[in-house]
Design a protein around this ligand. Structure first.
Ligand SMILES: Cc1cc2nc3c(=O)[nH]c(=O)nc-3n(C[C@H](O)[C@H](O)[C@H](O)COP(=O)(O)OP(=O)(O)OC[C@H]3O[C@@H](n4cnc5c(N)ncnc54)[C@H](O)[C@@H]3O)c2cc1C
Ligand SMILES: NC(=O)c1ccc[n+]([C@@H]2O[C@H](COP(=O)([O-])OP(=O)(O)OC[C@H]3O[C@@H](n4cnc5c(N)ncnc54)[C@H](O)[C@@H]3O)[C@@H](O)[C@H]2O)c1
Length: 449
């Protein structure tokens, strides 16, 4: 079988590109190894199921009795299963219904530069592609802690989001995005949550005041932190044995989540057969056009070792499409002002520089700050914890960055990103009409210096 394009992995970038290529009449083969992953990590085991559970947790009663908590949790898991199944089917049907797309269910590996071996159900077939696109995503990194991969009751994020029984007591290893979102979610359901992190500093990339507020909000909801801890081993229970503040502790719980980062999925690809180089972190090495070191082979999304967000994988498909459709002008180094949101009970969103980075770069900046309690909509929502902060270039009046720790920050941050992309002065946000009462209207006050 020969195709114009072979796409390995049904992730965000891959499925978007498949659709675009098929629309222009190209023949496309899309290979996915797991039928429960049609549509990729985001809709099956990542963003969407976690946000569905976070949404359900927001209306749970963390102080309810055991039966009430269990009931609410089971309903939330059922709703998550319904939602992911619906999206998975939709994603599959959308591509499968195109006459130009063939979906293969099997594990792909390079036989040579343009030939891919697909192993499926004990059989193996070779398919050929004029152009090949790698979109195989990433997988949880399990650190070499004794007992971590062999003890029962230790889960990855995907497994924990499919647990039938409510964990009254949850230990989370790792205080990154996944660790904190799950801490917030499970404390919302009423779990007793402890986060164990190796590093001393909480959210080391954030400004201290912001990190401090986030930690205080999580602690207020009952989450306990053990920062600068060294895990010695994990044992049946499950029980995590660790050293913290020069003392040994043994923490037993109903479940342990390993949220210790994610590594690119390249181990099955046999990249060397195609002359595709990997980085020292096992990511596919790409240039600014997302070309690999092999001719006519590109890579998109988590597998490239860059920022791990669904919208980055989507944007990667735009970079690739820019070359396939002619202009080639859009490249990874022209991508700027990439925002992110951490979906905590009080969500945190950021775009651009923070103070730490501005100080390091020597830019002359002004800091604008606004306590969330002054925002009328925050009072309506009864969500008055948090702070809004923005940095403005003193010489040019341009916005350098913003950090929003408040309800609905994941929506409002996109307004600031747009203003930054348009190179607007901060006064544009200060003087805009926004609807009332909204969280967005707080930008008028934040940017009134
Ligand atoms: C719990 C969690 C929450 C998250 N929340 C967010 C969020 O709120 N917002 C956000 O933007 N990002 C979030 N992310 C990150 C986001 O999910 C990923 O960055 C994104 O899904 C990566 O997409 P991708 O296109 O690189 O590949 P993926 O969507 O991972 O797709 C890769 C596909 O390739 C398949 N595959 C792998 N190897 C092979 C092979 N050899 N042959 C055939 N198929 C193969 C895999 O089965 C998989 O389906 C979250 C991640 C997790 C785990
Ligand atoms: N809202 C979002 O966009 C969103 C949400 C969830 C996940 N994600 C993506 O998923 C990726 C993976 O998230 P993650 O939280 O697993 O990784 P991460 O890299 O963000 O955090 C890993 C954490 O584990 C800790 N850690 C590592 N080894 C440890 C050990 N041996 N003992 C104790 N602590 C240890 C680290 O100190 C760190 O706090 C992120 O990079 C993110 O891009 C995005």
């Amino acid at each position: 079988m020969k195709y114009d394009a072979v796409i390995i992995g049904f992730g965000k970038g891959g499925k978007t590109l498949a659709g675009k290529l098929a629309k222009t009449g190209k023949s496309v083969a899309l290979i996915e190894k797991d039928p429960n992953m049609y549509g990729g990590t985001c809709i099956n085991v990542g963003c969407i199921p976690s946000k569905s559970l976070i949404h359900s947790a927001a209306s749970a009663n963390p102080y309810g009795d055991a039966a009430e908590k269990e009931k609410k949790y089971r309903e939330a898991i059922e709703e998550k299963r319904r939602l992911t199944k619906m999206l998975r089917t939709k994603n599959y049907d959308k591509l499968a219904s195109s006459p130009n797309i063939t979906i293969y269910n099997g594990t792909a590996r390079f036989a040579e530069r343009s030939k891919i071996e697909v192993k499926t159900g004990g059989k193996s077939i070779i398919i050929e592609g004029d152009k090949i696109f790698i979109n195989t995503g990433s997988t949880p990194r399990i650190p070499p802690i004794s007992g971590l991969s062999t003890t029962s009751g230790i889960y990855t994020s995907a497994e924990l989001m499919d647990l039938d029984n409510f964990p009254e007591k949850l230990t989370i290893i790792g205080g990154g995005y996944i660790g904190l979102e799950f801490a917030s979610m499970f404390s919302g359901f009423g779990s007793d949550v402890t986060v164990i992190q190796d590093g001393e500093t909480f959210l080391p990339r954030e400004d201290e005041d912001i990190a401090g507020e986030i930690k205080a909000i999580l602690e207020k909801s009952g989450v306990k932190f053990r920062l600068g801890a060294k895990i010695k081993y994990v044992d049946e229970g499950p029980k995590v044995v660790f050293e913290w503040n020069k003392q040994d502790y043994s923490l037993e719980s109903d479940a342990v989540l390993a949220a210790t980062g994610r590594i690119p999925n390249t181990s099955e690809l046999n990249c060397q057969a195609a002359g595709i180089e990997l980085t020292s972190k096992q990511a596919v090495k790409v240039d600014q056009n997302l070309r690999t070191t092999a001719e006519n082979v590109w890579a998109m999304g988590d597998v490239t070792g860059g920022l791990q967000h669904t919208y980055i994988s989507l944007d990667d498909s735009r970079i690739v499409w820019s070359q396939l459709s002619g202009s080639g002008n859009y490249t990874a180094d022209s991508r700027r002002n990439v925002p992110y949101s951490v979906f905590l009970s009080t969500p945190y969103s950021r775009v651009g520089m923070n103070e730490k980075e501005a100080q390091k770069s020597g830019i002359d900046y002004i800091t604008a700050a606004l306590p969330v309690s002054t925002i009328p909509k925050a009072q309506v929502l009864k969500s008055t914890d948090g702070i809004l902060k923005a940095l403005i270039d003193k010489n040019t009046n341009k916005i350098l960055g913003a950090m929003l720790l408040c309800a609905e920050s994941y929506e409002v941050i996109n307004i600031i990103k747009l203003a930054m992309d348009m190179d607007a002065d901060y006064t544009v946000l200060r003087d805009r009409i926004f609807t009332h009462p909204t969280m967005a209207e707080a930008l008028n006050d934040l940017f009134t210096l």
